[in-house]
Design a protein around this ligand. Structure first.
Ligand SMILES: *Cc1c(COP(=O)(O)O)cnc(C)c1O
Length: 374
């Protein structure tokens, strides 16, 4: 059976990107962010590709290859347990931290590190038995107003943690709100972070992808790349290739039917889109139930036989339509690319009015994933 919609994930490109990020921040360690199923790329194959498994080694602390991650980060415990269940034993951090004492116990058992971003979470962790080696990162809110302690609390938090000598304070982190623009916000956030944590023990971590690409002075001890690993640019107006990255995912479907339409004919639901001239229309077997946004406007490019052809009409649940007049050899069964190396997801996201992150994360169960090149 030929899969209808295929997402090909190039693990060689993934490794290239991690090595490229390492070259951008040679002094920093890398916490590869694989939350949300590695931004829709498959967390288990991605994590396995970024960290070699050596029998009997357990959680070795440093990588051997430039394309290996020093650690992984996920959003929640469930994602962390998925990786542990797949025998990914590398250092692993839950960015949202734990929600209950039961979750805290699971983290201990599985050697999963946790972020603490609020007083109530610290209270949960204090419910762990004495002597249990809890490994934690403290998150400070320096202006994002999402998660984290007020910087002024850092010293008090450090003291509370020091009261449990069996705990390991791995480090301090904060998150940049506007790393992708040239405002002064990032510099101010970093200054507040530095002032709040001056003299306190533990590593420092500030930069996500945009911070890594745009703010070398903020790389610090650990960087936390997500999007860039997958080959897309976190900076507006640029694509991954501009930063030396290679797109990891290629999304492809096939032509299901072809028809010749006359000027004035309407195509698709609502009848709102009409042919300006006679044209050849191909129906492609992919729709919003696969993760192609229904809001994708006519004119958005797809690739057929190395030619960019425009979307026409509305995206429906299982199908969409393209104008293939410029590709006379188009035939039923031909592959049509929605994004990939030659058609960056950042560009498509621009047409849709979203970001590449959301396109990657939005693919559904109906898409067949093929991982290669690992
Ligand atoms: C998701 C996330 C990242 C990765 O962000 P990218 O923009 O994808 O690089 C880094 N740090 C934290 C705290 C995150 O939640």
């Amino acid at each position: 059976m030929i899969p209808r919609v295929t997402a090909s994930v190039d693990l060689g490109a993934l490794r290239h990107n991690l090595a490229r990020i390492r070259a951008m921040a040679p002094a920093a360690r890398i916490m590869a962010v694989v939350k949300a199923d590695a931004y829709g790329h498959g967390a288990v194959p991605v994590a396995r590709a970024l960290r070699e498994l050596h029998a009997g080694e357990g959680a070795r602390s440093s990588p051997r290859q430039p394309w290996e991650a020093d650690a992984f980060a996920v959003a929640c415990l469930e994602e962390a347990l998925t990786l542990r269940g797949a025998r990914v034993y590398a250092p692993l951090l839950v960015l949202e931290g734990v929600l209950s004492l039961e979750e805290a116990r699971l983290c201990l058992r599985e050697r999963i590190e946790v972020v603490v971003h609020d007083e109530w979470q610290l209270t949960v962790l204090e419910g762990l038995p004495r002597g249990a080696e809890c490994r934690l990162w403290v998150k400070l809110d320096t202006g994002m107003n999402r998660l984290g302690f007020p910087p002024a609390r850092a010293r008090a938090i450090a003291e509370r943690i020091a009261a449990r000598p069996e705990w390991v304070l791995r480090g301090w982190m904060t998150h940049l709100a506007r790393a992708d623009d040239d405002s002064d916000t990032s510099r101010r956030q970093a200054a507040d972070f530095d002032a709040a944590t001056a003299g306190l023990p533990g590593a420092r971590s500030i930069a996500n992808s945009a911070g890594i690409a745009a703010w070398p002075a903020l790389h610090r001890d650990w960087i936390r790349p997500g999007l860039m690993l997958y080959g897309a640019s976190p900076l507006p107006g640029r694509v991954g290739a501009d930063l030396g990255l290679r797109p990891v995912m290629q999304l492809e479907s096939r032509i299901l039917s072809l028809r010749d339409c006359r000027a004035g004919d309407s195509v698709g639901y609502g009848g709102g889109w009409r042919c300006e001239r006679d044209m050849r229309i191909a129906v492609v077997a992919v729709g919003y139930a696969d993760g192609v946004h229904r809001a994708t406007p006519p004119g958005t490019p797809l690739r057929l036989h190395d030619v960019e052809v425009p979307l026409v009409g509305r995206v429906s649940m299982d199908m969409l339509t393209i104008d293939v007049t410029a590709v006379p050899q188009a035939a039923v069964g031909d592959a049509v690319q929605l994004w990939g190396a030659a058609l960056p997801a950042e560009r498509i996201a621009g047409h849709v009015g979203t970001i590449a992150y959301e396109l990657f994360c939005g693919l559904t169960q109906r898409v067949r994933f093929v991982h290669h090149g690992g």
